[in-house]
Design a protein around this ligand. Structure first.
Ligand code: GLU
Length: 488
């Protein structure tokens, strides 16, 4: 061992088992932040040794989602790097070799017990109120000796021989010293019968070979870490630093899970119009804060301050309302041209070719109100559909009849056609005058105009909207409305 500081290298190691959990980005954000702050590297490793849980396309989803949010890796399966391959299924011989060495050294042993026997033994232990552990039936026996006793499988697994006494301890950067009594730790399977490693074997071999300096992961892995620590010690490898992140929680303190919270995946945030920079800012505030307490900051500012030791252990609450607030804040700060480009795909996906009126000129109508890009079609859709769906009864304001409404629409068409300019102030003056002339309340006329032009009773400011629609857009809508006013 040397005293030279280790290069700082952190990794995220998702398994391709479906859409990536938002917690993956949470930890990856800190990984990348710490790597950048210390001139280190951020690594993406795909942990795909559990073939039973493999979900088609999830690796691509992981790549796309992490890139979307802006957490780009320096080394990984698709970009390569000096310590590859970065996909565990391509590293199988290394794990087997490591397991073999441990068997030769007497630190691990083969086990031929059938699943039925393991289940029976576990149930018997539970009935005796003992912690369910493997009973070491195979330990010290040759294959022939063991087979003679029956209840065997075709191909053996390799198990760790956990010491019966003593404790295994490690320092956690977030939680301080954590200790486990060895007698409570099960003889963990390292290599499965099919020759694939378990997570525990692969994670240790890979973190070592990939020179990982800080192992970061969720707190659900804490009880696995002593097994890993033993493996490092047995083989004489330098321990990395460990940091177990708090689990993200719902308001009722249950943990945020993809099963119970369908929104908890990265693609959900992308598809619902959250901005990557807002989501990153939000994730940085979970269990961590800027030394000066400010809540809105960029990734670069985060990098200047990030420190794993300042993460708090109490499960941070994932408050979607706060994320909406932050997202709205980022949207309001964004120049209109940029916002137009970000929101356009959402409109196009809803079948709206947002060209006329130009999107950047329409956005001021909703800029203040917009919280998510995905609200675009709902808030702006009427601008791009010359004919809208609405209940024609809404055209007839309270206190007026259909005939009067028709006459008002007729006169409004004339006003729109004759207006010397189509600025919102002039339009407002012209239509106020029309209401006075016809002896109706401005609110009554404006409601008819609003429904006709925006297809709803709630809309952005009416005359600003008419200005954006332009003369032709307004006249078309008023003509459609006139033809639609119900007979009586
Ligand atoms: N493959 C594990 C997971 O998806 C990684 C755990 C770790 O980072 O060690 O949670």
């Amino acid at each position: 061992m040397t005293d030279a500081p280790r290069p700082v290298r952190l990794r995220i190691a998702p398994s391709p088992t479906g859409d990536p959990h938002v917690g993956t980005a949470y930890i990856a954000l800190f990984d990348l932040g710490v790597a950048r702050r210390n001139g280190g590297r951020f690594i993406l490793r795909i942990e795909d040794t559990d073939q039973g849980r493999y979900v088609e396309n999830s690796e691509r989803n992981i790549f796309d989602s992490l890139r979307w949010i802006g957490l780009e890796w320096d080394e990984g399966p698709d970009v390569g790097g000096p310590y590859g391959p970065y996909r565990q299924s391509e590293r199988l011989p290394r794990y087997r070799e490591f397991a073999e060495t441990l068997v030769e050294q007497g630190k691990a042993y083969r086990c031929w017990c059938s699943p039925e026997r393991l289940k029976r033994v576990r149930e018997e232990m539970q009935a005796r109120k003992e912690p369910p552990k493997y009973d070491r039936f195979c330990y010290g026996k040759s294959e022939a000796e063991r087979r003679a006793l029956g209840e065997c499988t075709e191909r053996p697994v390799v198990r760790m021989l956990i010491p019966d006494e003593g404790v295994t301890a490690f320092e956690d950067l977030i939680r301080g010293r954590i200790e486990f009594e060895n007698k409570l730790i099960d003889d963990q399977v390292l290599l499965k019968g099919d020759g694939f490693p378990t997570y525990h074997l692969a994670v240790v071999v890979d973190d070592h070979e990939m020179r990982i300096s800080h192992v970061t992961r969720g707190e659900e892995w804490i009880s696995s870490t002593p097994k890993h620590v033993l493996l490092y010690e047995w083989i004489g490898w330098e321990l990395p630093k460990f940091a177990h992140f708090p689990l993200l929680r719902n308001e009722n303190r249950s943990k945020v899970s993809k099963r119970k919270n369908p929104w908890a995946t990265l693609p959900w945030f992308r598809d619902n119009g959250y901005l990557p920079e807002a989501l990153l800012n939000f994730l940085a505030l979970l269990g961590w804060s800027m030394p000066d307490g400010r809540e809105v900051f960029s990734f670069e500012e985060f990098v200047r301050e990030v420190d794993l030791e300042r993460i708090s252990t109490s499960g941070p609450i994932f408050d979607l309302n706060k994320l909406d607030w932050l997202n709205g804040h980022y949207i309001r700060q964004m120049p209109l041209d940029e916002l137009a480009e970000r929101i356009r795909p959402f409109l196009e996906r809803a079948g709206l070719a947002a060209e006329d009126p130009p999107l950047a000129s329409a956005l001021p109508l909703v800029h203040e109100r917009l919280k998510r890009l995905a609200e675009g079609p709902e808030l702006l859709g009427f601008l791009y559909q010359p004919v809208g769906e609405y209940d024609p009864k809404l055209l007839v304001p309270k206190g007026l009849d259909a005939g009067t409404t028709r006459a008002l629409l007729d006169a409004s068409i004339a006003r729109a056609n004759e207006a010397p300019s189509f600025g919102h102030a002039e339009l407002e003056a012209a239509f106020r005058e029309l209401a006075t002339e016809r002896g109706v309340k401005t609110g009554q006329l404006f409601m008819t105009l609003r429904v006709a032009c925006t297809y709803g009773t709630v809309s952005p400011p009416l005359f600003e909207t008419m200005e954006v629609l332009g003369r032709e857009g307004v006249v078309t809508r008023l003509e459609v409305a006139l033809a639609r006013v119900p007979s009586e």
